[in-house]
Design a protein. Sequence first.
Length: 319
Amino acid sequence: MKILLIDDHIGISTMLAKFLRLKEHECYTSNDGRNGLALLNSKNFDVVLLDLAMPEFTGFDVIEQLYQSGKIKENKIILFTAAAITDEGIWELFDKGVYACIRKPIELSSIIRIIEGYSRHKISSYSTYTKLSEDDYQARKTERQKTMRTDHILASYDTEERKITEAIGFLKDGIQNNESAIFLIRKGLDVEDLKSQMRSNGIAVDSLLAEKSLFIIENEKWYMPDKKVDKARILKQWEELINACLKNGKKGVRAFGMADCFFENDFVKDLLDYESSLPEKFNIHVTGICAYKKNDIGLLSDDELKKLKGCHGHVWLSQ
């Protein structure tokens, strides 16, 4: 199928596009709502994956433009969103011609099932909704444009090689987008070898470290320097780092954090408490990948895994 993915997060859209191409779909990406709308008006697509909560020109604006032009029914639009929108609001979008909606956190298997099965994802038992007044619609639109999103990704890996390869690509995309990059690595990882791999992928490691645009930190030193998990201290660290990035004129923050230290030190309950306490929004664009070993995910109970998934906007687990 020919698929268009519209999402302002370059890292997320790049990785999702790679996944779809592995499934033998032809995938185009746009990281801007206006550009995405232009592509829709110039090309034909079998499916459109549309994020709602984009800055400046949102997914709501894309839908409204297509609806006003009468072209919305020509496109199979599938929403995926963590935006604060009611079930009634989503049914209003269905009424305008949106095909399906997947609420975050999502799993890749859900996207494939809906893309390939064309089955509308039922979000609730609502069959009616109340239309928004124009004033209410404009007020919500203004509020959305003031809001900076945090994308929080749960990912698992069956090998360390795959984990590091994805981390380097993810952080490189952020650096090229004038975002700070934070790499929380496992204890014992060869830092010099890691830097060499990053350099071979075109990342100017030494200068970025010197100007504090790149941070490579051992995860235990970040999360549990005194062998205990102090949630308030960790959150304060993130706040201070993000504020420093703002002062340095960065557009956002990319963080790739290996989570093995929580399992090795028997802090799984503390991990779940910490993950659930992370704020939904910061005052800068933040994209974080919480990287787990596939085997560690397998140690979680069904309830623990459900809680962990619920803390994230995207769920990408190895099968």
